[in-house]
Design a protein around this ligand. Structure first.
Ligand code: SF4
Length: 79
């Protein structure tokens, strides 16, 4: 999978949700690159900022979502 394919999957994931991809495309690209490198190394799309967590995680139950309206890595943000 390449970066564009991953971003397309994320685009579908956020459809009809109360959150969207971070409009900061540099940030999104940076996160996508790390996740794809993690996948190359481990076979899993591991989160850049949490240990042993596959992306997307269940971020809406996390404190960060309640306090800041974003997932911990800032990949997904409240609309
Ligand atoms: S914090 Fe964001 S980038 Fe990390 S796993 Fe959760 S959704 Fe993915």
């Amino acid at each position: 999978m390449n970066k564009e394919e991953l971003k397309e999957i994320w685009g579908k994931f956020v459809e009809n949700k109360d959150f969207k991809l971070n409009p900061d495309t540099e940030k999104v690209n940076e996160i996508a690159e790390i996740i794809l490198k993690n996948e190359e190394k481990t076979g899993l799309k591991l989160c850049p900022c949490q240990i042993n967590t596959v992306c997307p995680c269940n971020f809406k139950i996390q404190k960060n979502w309640k306090n800041k309206g974003t997932c911990i890595c800032n990949l997904f943000v409240k609309k």
